[in-house]
Design a binder for this molecule. Structure first.
Ligand code: AMP
Length: 292
């Protein structure tokens, strides 16, 4: 076991930017590599898979747990967002996390805070249209976390596909010294992507929620069977979603995996992006599909 790990067998909980900086700079001086998994807590198997990937790729792992007020609109579910810190800490401990960074909102955004980091074109569509201001909050908090910790690698889920592309762009454009790693979506056995917001679903809504993956799979099967018309793929997916009375479609798009531009006919790799409302809960999902 490495000496630094023996010394820090207990998982650290850090609440201040200064203490977090001191922890990471101290390890980096010893040549220890750091992997960061940024989260908003209410941890599940999707987060665990990111932590596992970080443990495999880096010497030390930090998880941030911060329900970032800046990425929620005034009418969104910030107050209702699930919080389960005690359980999150147990999960982190059992997953071998070295440090959990749990800053308070005032620590990240003191009263005189006034900077917003903004990625332009990539954020003006899909999630950015449905949730004005959302990506400004995401890119600002990610920039802060990457500056505070300066991890060698930071791990994000494909589950939030547009977010992953935006963060990759941000890291490149601002010459951040962190490799962005995107890991596959972890799903329930029936295909529903794990999400902290799933715990809001009633039993009836939970059943209906399988329609996200069913619609995405239908799109993928059509493309695999040779369909190249995006209009037809979208029509088939929309039909499935409309058949679920408790589900309301927010957006559905077939896009280029890198530019996120909508495509009209399928060639090579595309991403099917989907967002729906189920009662009061908004869920998103996506699938990368390669036309053969
Ligand atoms: P969140 O706590 O929802 O902000 O998510 C923190 C990170 O976990 C983000 O990079 C998400 O994309 C990722 N994540 C959320 N759900 C999943 C999932 N089902 N599979 C893989 N990664 C996920």
């Amino acid at each position: 076991m490495d000496a630094w790990r023996r010394l820090s067998a207990l998982m650290r909980r850090i609440q201040t930017v200064n203490a977090m900086r001191t922890w990471s700079r101290g390890l980096q001086r010893k040549g220890v590599t750091i992997g960061l998994v940024p989260t908003m807590g209410a941890l599940h198997e999707g987060h665990r898979s990111l932590i596992r990937a970080a443990r495999l790729a880096c010497d030390a792992v930090a998880v941030s747990i911060f329900v970032n007020p800046l990425q929620f609109g005034p009418l969104e579910d910030f107050d209702r967002y699930p919080r389960s810190l005690a359980q999150d800490l147990r999960i982190c401990r059992s997953a071998g996390v070295d440090t959990v960074f749990i800053p308070r909102a005032q620590e990240m955004y003191p009263a005189d805070f006034e900077t917003v980091v903004s990625v332009q074109r990539l954020t003006r569509r899909y999630e950015g249209l449905s949730r004005p201001g959302h990506f400004g909050g995401v890119t600002t908090v990610v920039t802060k976390l990457l500056n505070i910790i300066r991890p060698d690698k930071a791990f994000f889920g494909q589950k939030d596909y547009q977010q992953a592309v935006v963060v990759e762009r941000l890291a490149k454009d601002l010459d951040l010294d962190t490799e962005i790693v995107v890991r596959p979506t972890v799903r329930e056995p029936d295909g529903l992507a794990l999400s902290s917001r799933n715990r809001h679903l009633s039993p009836e809504e939970r059943k209906a929620a399988t329609v996200l993956y069913r619609a995405l799979s239908e799109g993928r099967e059509l493309i695999r069977a040779g369909e190249r018309s995006v209009r037809k793929v979208e029509a088939a997916m929309t039909r499935l979603i409309r058949a679920e009375p408790v589900v309301r479609l927010d957006y559905l798009a077939v896009v280029d995996p890198i530019t996120l531009d909508e495509v009209r006919s399928v060639r090579g790799r595309v991403v099917l992006l989907l967002a729906v409302w189920i009662g009061e809960t908004r869920l998103i999902d996506n699938l990368i599909v390669t036309a053969r």
